[in-house]
Design a binder for this molecule. Structure first.
Ligand SMILES: *Cc1c(COP(=O)(O)O)cnc(C)c1O
Length: 452
């Protein structure tokens, strides 16, 4: 009995365990709350073992290991957090854009308390769930109004269903694209009940081709940005201004699916110019749609901005209700948009921080890794990814590891905890610091050591 009591008294406190360096590292990877909860669970387990007179190691090191095991078990039963060492910034398979600190905090806050999602504090009555986000979107893009739906694919479906059902939509043959995952523009059209009228050829379409494709049943000219492929050589497409002038003259809608949709000019970073939302609005397009989690750097969403009458029709359509987004998305989206309004997107939004990260900084990191685990630092390229800026690359410095079997090394890296996703080129395993978060460096180096 006394033995048990003595053992119980020797159990360390939550705070003293938390202060251990191994657990401090876990706080950065998970969060303080999750680590504290795991420490409590581990201490309870130890207490139960002591009371049952079962053998138990209560030294701090053993308890810390137990805490780590609990956290890692929890991780495995949910989305696993991974280390993206591929250098692909908007990696669709790895969850696309990471959210800024304040967008993350906004999600947590909105998840845990009632909020004004559909409540107007001034009148005490029901309010619009859109009001705040659309106010900022209007400010940022110059559009008259905005609507947020589940993703850009659903934005397109809503636009076509609400505004072109049973009517013709004119699109260039050069833009009949597959967005990814088998999702093709012609299939979306037929699903929405719009009739597709293809004009021009694969490589060249002129404004006269659009004119010739028109009939009394035409409703819309649709431009789809060739976001995930690139046409070079003998190619031609009409300008947006030509398209909007034609649409206006014939009483049709001009709609622009921008795909990624940037609010800032990518050319500042030596990349090609990705068309911006402001440019499309300024060119007089009626509706522009784009993704929330590509270059915008926010949560998954489909954002439609443009002319007020067209948006009013979209909002009234039954699909708008089916495709609406929840409070967590709004919270993260508004926080993300605020970064642009405060002109701090480059520092605060991870996508832009990674795009603008200096080569010197990346090389210094790669050299630090090489000093710890070996390998060579070589020149290479990172890509933006996520169906934006195809073929465009950012110069980067890579850690290159010679391995007997690069495939086996990649497999072992994926088995690490947290798993590391890298790439192979010329028989070497390549790791790009650009997309590795500072808090993940310890995990990365540990995984690399076990592979070498
Ligand atoms: C990515 C993309 C889409 C689909 O957007 P999601 O938000 O992934 O649904 C649609 N159109 C274009 C041109 C795209 O690049």
């Amino acid at each position: 009995m006394n033995d048990r009591q003595a053992l119980l008294r020797r159990l360390p406190s939550v705070d003293s365990l938390l202060a251990q360096s191994e657990l401090q590292h876990l706080v950065e990877v998970y969060s303080r709350d999750l680590v504290v909860a795991a420490i409590r669970a581990q201490l309870n387990e130890a207490r139960r073992a002591i009371l049952a007179s079962a053998p138990v190691d209560i030294c701090q090191g053993a308890l810390a290991q137990g805490v780590e095991a609990i956290l890692s078990r929890q991780q495995k039963s949910t989305l696993r957090l991974v280390i993206n060492a591929t250098g692909v910034i908007i990696h669709t398979n790895l969850g696309r854009a990471l959210l800024s600190k304040s967008a993350q905090a906004a999600i947590v806050a909105a998840a845990g308390a009632y909020n004004t999602l559909e409540f107007d504090l001034e009148t005490g009555k029901r309010g619009s769930r859109l009001a705040q986000a659309s106010g900022i979107l209007r400010d940022l893009t110059g559009a008259e109004d905005a609507l947020v739906v589940n993703n850009n694919a659903s934005a397109l479906i809503l636009i076509l269903s609400a505004l072109a059902k049973g009517k013709q939509v004119i699109i260039s043959r050069g833009q009949l694209v597959e967005i990814g995952g088998g999702f093709r523009i012609p299939a979306i059209m037929s699903e929405s009940g719009a009739e597709l009228v293809e004009v021009g050829t694969t490589n060249r379409t002129r404004i006269t081709d659009y004119e010739e494709g028109l009939s009394e049943n035409s409703a819309m000219l649709l431009r789809v940005h060739s976001s995930n492929f690139k046409q070079v050589g003998f190619v031609e497409q009409p300008t947006l201004s030509e398209l909007t002038a034609l649409a206006r003259g014939r009483g049709l809608l001009a709609v622009d699916d921008l795909g990624s949709g940037a609010l800032m000019d990518t050319a500042r970073f030596g990349l090609e110019h990705e068309p911006t939302i402001q440019e499309s609005i300024a060119a007089g397009v009626d509706l522009v749609c784009f993704s929330g989690d590509k270059l915008l750097g926010g949560p998954q969403a489909g954002i439609i901005v443009g002319q007020a009458d067209a948006l009013a029709k979209l909002k009234r359509h039954p699909l708008a209700r089916a495709l609406r987004v929840d409070k967590l998305t709004y919270a993260a989206l508004i926080a993300t948009l605020e970064h642009y309004r405060r002109d701090e997107a480059l520092e605060q939004i991870p996508v832009w921080r990674m795009i603008s990260r200096s080569l010197d900084d990346i090389r210094t990191t790669a050299e630090r890794w090489a000093a710890q685990v070996g390998g060579a630092v070589v020149h290479g390229e990172s890509t933006v990814g996520g169906g934006s800026l195809p073929g465009a690359a950012l110069p980067t410095a890579l850690l290159a590891l010679e391995c007997e079997s690069p495939d086996r090394a990649m497999e072992k890296l994926r088995e690490a905890d947290p798993p590391v996703i890298a790439r192979i080129a010329d028989g070497r395993v390549l790791l790009d610091p650009r997309t590795v978060l500072p808090k993940q460096e310890v995990g990365l180096l540990t995984a690399l050591q076990s592979v070498i």
